[in-house]
Design a protein around this ligand. Structure first.
Ligand code: ATP
Length: 284
């Protein structure tokens, strides 16, 4: 990688003479939505840095601006101030190198599950032949446990299965960044935990840099290696927690003293963000 065409001087390091940029870098981002009753400030001093292969979970009070952050990273929106960079390049418009999965999977009922997963390959220009596309989609479906369901319609699948298919669709074109906006929020607790483990398996086989928006602190520390707590709206980066050991783990991991301590810290930070606790109060 060279520095040519790179914006300004984003934080970077050098390994063997090569410039290394964080995969995602957000600097001093401020944004307000224009509404009929005037501007609504949503983000006010957002900072974030995530290396390639990292996985960040973003938590914060309801309505503080978490989804707005995902729109900025995917290039669907530009900030009023500050900059969002992917690999040192300012994000100036929608990026095909970003995959997204949401709480509502929105699969197309008139297409089979396999055809739904293949959809991004039809939209994003790529050199894959039809048979390679089919092979890629089938591989991902088997990775998430949906082998044998390729020809089903979305309505024939359970909510958890649809979410698995949606994950495959988000990954099929090998995006550099995978954005997950509360993808497990509507699922029951058992299905959700099952999908957390699937996520670890997928990340092992299909490396990506992940951004997870969630209200579930256990989910955050189970999946991510960094958790960012946003303050109440207008949101700024209030607290960053580094989660050690991001390798595959079992659910028992969530019941260790280390996990309990991380959860207590995050809960306390959320209470501060909600204005229900002050910075100088001890973590309970
Ligand atoms: N296009 C828009 N125009 C005007 N206001 C908007 C727009 N999109 C979002 N908002 C408002 O901006 C604020 C932040 O929205 P956003 O969806 O980013 O929050 P969030 O943290 O993801 O919310 P939640 O936790 O409830 O999912 C909310 O008050 C929302 O109503």
């Amino acid at each position: 990688m060279t520095g040519a065409g790179r914006a300004g001087e984003p934080a970077r390091s050098t390994i063997e003479g090569k410039l290394m940029y964080p995969m995602i870098k957000i600097e001093g981002v401020r944004h307000a939505y224009q509404t009929p009753t005037g501007p609504l400030p949503v983000l006010d001093g957002l900072e974030m840095s995530l290396d390639e292969g990292g996985f960040v979970a973003v938590v914060g009070p309801s309505g503080c601006g978490k989804s707005t952050l995902t729109r900025l990273v995917s290039g669907l929106m530009k900030p009023d101030e500050g900059r969002v960079m992917l690999h040192g390049e300012v994000v100036a418009g929608p990026r095909s190198t970003v995959g997204m999965a949401f709480q509502n999977p929105v699969l197309l009922e008139w297409r089979s599950i396999l055809q739904n997963v293949m959809l991004p390959l039809e939209i994003v220009s790529n050199s894959l032949s039809k048979s390679d596309r089919v092979e890629r989609a089938r591989y991902l479906l088997s990775l998430v446990g949906l082998e044998g369901f390729e020809d089903k319609r979305p309505s024939e699948l359970s909510g958890g299965m649809r979410q698995r298919a949606s994950l495959c669709r988000a990954l099929v074109h090998k995006p550099e960044v995978l954005i997950l906006d509360e993808p497990f929020g509507a699922l029951d607790a058992f299905t959700r935990e099952d999908l957390w483990q699937t996520m670890h398996k997928v990340k092992e086989q299909e490396p990506f840099t992940g951004v997870l928006i969630t209200h579930d602190l256990r989910e955050a520390i189970f999946l991510a290696n960094q958790v960012i707590v946003l303050s109440g709206r207008p949101a700024r980066t209030q607290y960053v927690l580094d989660v050690p050991d991001t390798g595959p783990r079992d659910l028992e991991h969530l019941y260790t003293p280390e996990a309990a301590e991380m959860l207590a810290t995050l809960r306390h930070q959320i209470e501060i963000a909600q204005g229900r606790a002050s910075l100088d109060q001890e973590v309970a």
